[in-house]
Design a protein around this ligand. Sequence first.
Ligand SMILES: Cc1cc2nc3c(=O)[nH]c(=O)nc-3n(C[C@H](O)[C@H](O)[C@H](O)COP(=O)(O)OP(=O)(O)OC[C@H]3O[C@@H](n4cnc5c(N)ncnc54)[C@H](O)[C@@H]3O)c2cc1C
Length: 371
Amino acid sequence: MFTTKYEDILEQIDQVDPVSYGNTRNFIDGNVSKLSPYISRGVITTKQVMKRTLDRGFDPDDIKKWLQELAWRDYWQLIWVEKGNEINSDLRRMQPDVDNHQMPKVIVEANTGIRAIDDAIQEFYETGYLHNHVRMYIAAICCSIGGSHWKVPAQWMYYHLKDGDWASNALSWQWVAGSNSNKTYVANQNNINKYCYTDQKDTFLDVPYEAFDSMKIPDILRDLTSPNLKTPLPESDELNINSDKPTLIYNFYNMDPTWREGEDANRILLIEPSVFQKYPVSEDSIKFMLDLGENIPNLQTYVGEFDYLKNEFSLNEEDIYYKEHPLNNYSGNEHPRDWMFSVKGYYQSFFKFWNKAKKELTRPKDLFDGA
Ligand SMILES: Cc1cc2nc3c(=O)[nH]c(=O)nc-3n(C[C@H](O)[C@H](O)[C@H](O)COP(=O)(O)OP(=O)(O)OC[C@H]3O[C@@H](n4cnc5c(N)ncnc54)[C@H](O)[C@@H]3O)c2cc1C
């Protein structure tokens, strides 16, 4: 379902209909791009996607929703950069009404009785993709209705997602759960029926919105579980490193085939067990990353910590290059990565960030010079 060939990925960017996107994106069959696995793995950037779309001649005002959604990604990432590990706990306030630090078993087993959700979770296990609205419904069922703290179910979702991006993930879960927003998000059966084209009644969500305020945790969500999430790490290659050449470090968040393209360098896909122990991902997710690595000539896989790599192959720091990312605890030359806008730092609300950032859209020429 998800190609891993770079040319096909570029073609997929060009296939996006950024105008109809705005009106349809909330529907389960809406015109969404499915580009997130490539943005998350650092194969393409939000800036590249924005530029390629604007180059097709659209007026930014006509594709505002599309540009805003791309900007959400940068917004969450910038919070990760700014706040670091703080995003791993309740960011702005304690999640209200926490009942447990596990998650409802019926979510993991795709057995909530809500057809649209159960079908989407089944498909999720097969494809590694979930529609944004369904992600919100699932998070609402776990946290806002089921009283689970956001962290365990967020890790379960991140584990299976091909587009796992801990910033978008943790911070969206916290947004739904109310620890990174002023109120919790809920959706009732009518809402699910509308956006998923079902006509189900008599489920635990078949209530008017006012009923959520006094709703007890439904029995069906009371059976809890903590999924056992372990990353099946691949084997290292027999590395062939020439210490006279620069060494470029790729990883789960940087699989960019155009980075220093054509340069004679050692190219190492670094898989650090410590990172995957803290942020576990599924076998499919690891395979997806390895398949994307086929776009990078002579990429060699090293499974081990950065310092071991450096010491084992006597690498000099001045010859090591990597792209900036909050998970990279490396030494060497850090390269900046591309952002859509020059606006940086922590903004408590997306719209404060966007209102500043969007001004740059009126001068796209300067913005994209040299991009
Ligand atoms: C509970 C929850 C967990 C999430 N976890 C992740 C995650 O681990 N990784 C991830 O990439 N996204 C995550 N998202 C955000 C969003 O659901 C996905 O980025 C989007 O569904 C990806 O599908 P698409 O590429 O077809 O998106 P499109 O709708 O086509 O959007 C285009 C691009 O804009 C960005 N984007 C769109 N919506 C959002 C959003 N709500 N937040 C941030 N960026 C957005 C993405 O980069 C996306 O690829 C999560 C959202 C929720 C509610």
